[in-house]
Design a protein around this ligand. Structure first.
Ligand code: ZN
Length: 262
């Protein structure tokens, strides 16, 4: 099977504006994540960032992306709506998507979820303990029943997401909160995974367990089937094309051959 083609999208703002972040991620969080993915067999990862033309996602890039990884925080509002449209359409047509940490408020994640995606939070360098809640899930392969990140931002419930297809991790924080930190969805033909850790002032994406989760999630989210050409198509099937012979009866609103309402 050909390598899984991953595009790691990063906002790349904190890395340039804040010395603490730059010291942890001198080449950017997106590059750190891409490096971890490229070290895994069967995966080829490249990056795209906000400041590039079309945010690094020009025409054709998403078609050549099996799984899109997204990290954003300070500039969600700067992401062009036509790019968001393209990302969502790609997911509906079969592209995998992984949203990390503060991407819970990114435009594509919120649109794909259809809910506020809000949560409680605190930036106090607390210990986070992630517990597996689905031990046989492919995203949890090779991971211990629980693992810790010594310093993380707290995200707490209630998390304003729709009920997940499956919850793979929950997190506990020193302050007492808990959070559904690894959740799966299917949106159209695409698989979606949200993974909580990754606050920019901590070295989270250098952590071996976190990297393993992201590698596993990429493998899980890849859909080897051909993309659906027009995932939003809503064609009319006229009487004469019905699989079984039928006779039209009753009143109708639409004239024959007329396009449907949207
Ligand atoms: Zn954060």
């Amino acid at each position: 099977m050909p390598n899984i083609r991953v595009t790691v999208w990063g906002e790349n703002l904190h890395e340039r504006s804040t010395a603490t972040v730059r010291e942890i991620y001198p080449t950017g969080m997106h590059q750190c994540i891409a490096d971890a993915l490229n070290a895994a067999p069967g995966i080829t990862a490249t990056t795209a960032t906000l400041e590039q033309p079309s945010h690094g996602l020009p025409p054709g890039r998403l078609d050549a992306t099996d799984v899109l990884v997204w990290w954003g925080h300070a500039a969600h509002a700067q992401v062009r709506d036509d790019i968001v449209d393209q990302v969502c359409a790609a997911v509906w047509s079969g592209m995998g998507a992984i949203f990390l940490h503060s991407a819970h408020f990114s435009k594509p994640f919120k649109r794909l979820m259809g809910t506020p995606c809000n949560l409680t939070w605190r930036e106090a360098g607390e210990r986070e303990r992630l517990w597996l809640t689905s031990r046989s899930h492919p995203i949890a392969a090779g991971l211990p029943d629980h693992f810790e990140l010594e310093q993380e931002e707290m995200y707490g419930e209630p998390f304003g997401i729709p009920d997940p297809m499956e919850t793979v991790f929950v997190s506990w924080f020193q302050g007492g909160e808990v959070f559904r930190s690894g959740v799966t969805y299917k949106r159209g033909a695409g698989r979606v995974f949200y993974f909580r850790p990754g606050h920019e002032t901590y070295p989270t994406y250098h952590d071996a367990n976190v990297q393993k989760v992201i590698v596993n999630a990429v493998r899980w989210a890849r859909n080897p089937a051909p993309r659906i050409a027009d995932p939003g198509a809503a064609p009319n099937v006229p009487v004469e094309s019905a699989l079984e012979p039928i006779t039209e009866r009753g009143p109708r609103l639409h004239a024959k051959g007329e396009a449907g309402l949207r």
